[in-house]
Design a protein around this ligand. Sequence first.
Ligand SMILES: NC(=O)c1ccc[n+]([C@@H]2O[C@H](COP(=O)([O-])OP(=O)(O)OC[C@H]3O[C@@H](n4cnc5c(N)ncnc54)[C@H](O)[C@@H]3O)[C@@H](O)[C@H]2O)c1
Length: 414
Amino acid sequence: MQRSMRFRYDVIVIGLGRVGLPLSLYLEKLNFKTLGLDKNIELINKLKNKNMPFVENGCDKLIKNSKINFTSDYKNISNCKNIVITVGSPLLQNIETDLSAIKNTITNLIPYLKKNQNIILRSTLAPRTTIYVKKLIEKFSNLIVGKDIGLSFCPERLAENRALYELKRLPQIIGADDKLSKKMAIDFFKNFKVKLFSTTTLSSELVKLFQNTSRYIEFATANLFSLYANNFNQNIHEIIEIANYKYPRGKISKPGLTSGTCLRKDFGFINELNHSPDLMLSAWKINEYMPLHIVNTLKSFKEFKNMKIGILGATFKKDSDDLRDSLVPKLIRYLEREVPKGIKIYEPNIKSKLILGYQNLNSTKIMEYSNVIIMAINHSVFSKKNFYNNIKKNTIIVDLWNTLNKDKFIFVKK
Ligand SMILES: NC(=O)c1ccc[n+]([C@@H]2O[C@H](COP(=O)([O-])OP(=O)(O)OC[C@H]3O[C@@H](n4cnc5c(N)ncnc54)[C@H](O)[C@@H]3O)[C@@H](O)[C@H]2O)c1
C-alpha cells in the first residue's frame, strides 16, 4: 500500500454498519492506516471496547487486535487521503429513494475536504446519485471533482457473513466519470488484488442495481410458481425437484420469504423513475405476498383460536443474525389478525429472550409449545435430521423453503 505523506490516515470509512465495519477491518489487514467514523455514538463506544455489534465471520478476532481509531467527529476527514462512504441508502415508504444519509454525510464532510482527497461512494445508490453528490460538492465547496479531488462509485457486492471471504475475491467495479477520479479509485482498489472493471458512475450504479434486482425477480418467480402450484393443488417442492434434476438449463430457485435491506429496496431505485408498474414492482408484490400465502394456507388445516404457533427463524435470511427488513414481522402481523392461541419464536442466531416482542424459546421448548410450526427461515440447524425427529406428532408444519427436506409445503407430522 503506497502511503501519501500529506495525510495522517490512508482511509476513513464513514458508516460502520454491516458493510463499513468489515471493510474497515479488512483495510487495516491490508495495511491501510484506517479511521472509522459513524454518527452512532453508542456504536462507536462499543467498537472502542473492541466488541463486534453483529456476527460476521472472522471479524471478532480482527476487532480484538485492531488499532483502528473510531470516531464520530467529522473534523478528522481532513487527515485522510481516501474517504469511503458506506452509510445506509434506504427507500422511503412509497417507493422513493431516501438520499438523506448520503446528503448528511456529504454536507458534514464538505467543510473538511481538501485538494488531493479521494471520495469513494460504496453504498448502493440510485441511478445518478454520484452525479448528484458531485453537484453538491461543487456547489458547497471550492473544489472541482476531477481537478482537485476524486469521486467514484465503487459498489460493495458482498453477502453478510461472507465479507472477509468475498472482499478478497469479488471483482471490483470502478465507476468514475473523469481521469483523476478513475486513477485515484484504481490506486485504492489495486491493493485488494482483485479484478477491476472501469466504467461510468451511472453504469456502475446500474451494475449493482441490476444484479440485486435480477435475484429479487428470480426469487419472485419461484414464489409465483409456488402460488400457482398451490392453486392447482400440486406440490411445488416436488415440481422444482423434478424440473431441476440433472437438467442443465434454467434452474428454478426455491420459494421463500424474500426480503432483506438490499433486495427489498434496490428495485425501487429504478422503478421509481418510471411512470408505470413494471416487472420489478410485480416481483415486490409477489415476494411481499408470501407471508399472507402462509396464513391463508394454514386456515384450511385448523382453527386459528386453537393454534399455538412456533415460528422458526426471524432474521431476514439463512444463518444470519440480522432482523432488518425480515418478512417475519409481517407474517406475525397477519397471523395476529386471525387471533391464534399464541405465538412464540425460535431464532437460534439471536440470544435475547424477546424478539419482536415475542418469547424466543430454545429448540426443545418451541417443540413442546407448538401445535403449528412455521419454518419461516431456512437456517442450517433446522435441516439436521434430529431436528425434525424432535417435532411432536400431529404438529402442522409449514415449510415454504423445504428446509426439512420433506418436499411438502404444508403437512402434518405423523
Ligand atoms: N448489508 C449488506 O450485506 C450490504 C451488501 C452490499 C451493499 N450494501 C449497501 O451498503 C450500504 C450500507 O449498508 P449496511 O447494511 O452496512 O447499513 P447499516 O445500516 O448497517 O450501516 C450504516 C451505518 O451508517 C451510519 N450512518 C448513517 N448516516 C450517517 C452519517 N451521516 N454519518 C455517519 N454515519 C452515518 C449508521 O449509523 C450505520 O451505522 C447500503 O447502501 C446497502 O444497501 C449492503
